[in-house]
Design a protein around this ligand. Structure first.
Ligand code: AMP
Length: 299
């Protein structure tokens, strides 16, 4: 089954202590779509400007991503610039230029309205609503977000939480949203806001799932060298949704394994700039690292 992904389709300028990489292919939807494409057919909804390099469109196509929902319009592509500190955990946003996202109205091709799995990747909650408004009874909808929307669009985000099955956020966002320092209590509070499935990401310390089947914890895959963590969270949720849409039977039965695949693709994402590593991955490499993670956590 297919997964529909809406989110940012961006040009990312990334500075790390060792390198400066301008205008790489980035955006929450790009990372999520490439990650999901190793598991299931992907339908991408987004917008780019006329400055968007053709070779980036070719990258999506090489991963088999359906671009019928990607608008190419006059104007500049969304541009985000960020800088990492030496330990690579702390990131500062240097620039957010919305460009064509400022006046974006997502329009789904009619045939896409019945897509069973929907990932509302990080983008303004208003746009996430707009996509959901066009869907006909999707089987499983997951939303992602960021601190910016908690700060400037909280009412819309809270309304969105009542419409989704799953919500993915990082630990600082979970604390900000709930006012709870304890992440287990924070997850319980988020359930009361709507989503039955809550995943709290803790960066290099893994992720916690709180769902109908109870709690599950996934470690992060231990990396000895992180090149660029940009998009790791988006790759995590993209791979997870790709895996879930390809699995048979009830979604709840596959959530744990889906998280492990999310963890694996996110780890590969951190090993290169932007989408460099993930676009070159193979399903075999993903399976190999998933087995390694299984061995690392068995006792
Ligand atoms: P992550 O590292 O998982 O937090 O995701 C980083 C990605 O989020 C980058 O590729 C950015 O292009 C994208 N991004 C940054 N700011 C925003 C924003 N305000 N709205 C949507 N996407 C954003």
């Amino acid at each position: 089954m297919s997964v529909l992904i809406v989110g940012s389709t961006a040009l990312d300028s990334i500075k790390t202590p060792g390198a400066d990489k301008p205008r790489l292919l980035g955006g929450s939807a790009s990372h999520a779509a490439v990650a999901a494409s190793f598991f299931a057919p992907v339908r991408l909804v987004g917008v780019v400007g006329e400055d968007f390099p053709r070779r980036y469109l070719a990258l999506y196509r090489r991963r088999g991503i359906d671009l019928a929902g990607l608008q190419i319009v006059p104007g500049k592509t969304f541009h985000w610039a960020g800088e990492y500190e030496v330990n690579m955990n702390n990131r500062r946003t240097l620039k957010t230029e919305l460009g064509v996202f400022e006046s974006f109205t997502p329009v789904l091709p009619p045939a896409w309205r019945d897509t069973p799995f929907v990932l509302l990747a990080n983008i303004a909650p208003g746009l996430q609503h707009h996509v959901l408004d066009q869907m006909r009874r999707p089987a499983f909808v997951v939303a992602d977000t960021m601190d910016l929307w908690l700060n400037i669009a909280l009412p819309e985000l809270l309304k969105l939480l009542r419409r989704v099955d799953g919500f993915v956020l990082n630990e600082s966002e979970a604390r900000q949203l709930t006012g709870e320092d304890n992440l287990i209590r924070a997850a319980q509070k988020i359930h009361r806001l709507g989503p039955k499935t809550v995943i709290v990401k803790k960066g290099e310390h893994g992720a916690i799932l709180s769902a109908l089947g109870g709690l599950f914890i996934s470690p992060a895959y231990p990396l000895s060298r992180v090149v660029d963590p940009t998009g790791a969270g988006d790759s995590f949720v993209g791979a997870m949704m790709g895996y879930l849409s390809a699995a048979k039977g009830p979604v709840q039965a596959h959530l744990r394994r889906a998280m492990i695949y999310g963890t694996v693709v996110a780890s590969y994402c951190c090993e290169g700039f932007g989408l460099q590593t993930t676009t070159r991955l193979t399903r075999a490499a993903i399976e190999k690292r998933a087995r390694a993670l299984e061995k690392l956590t068995a006792f």
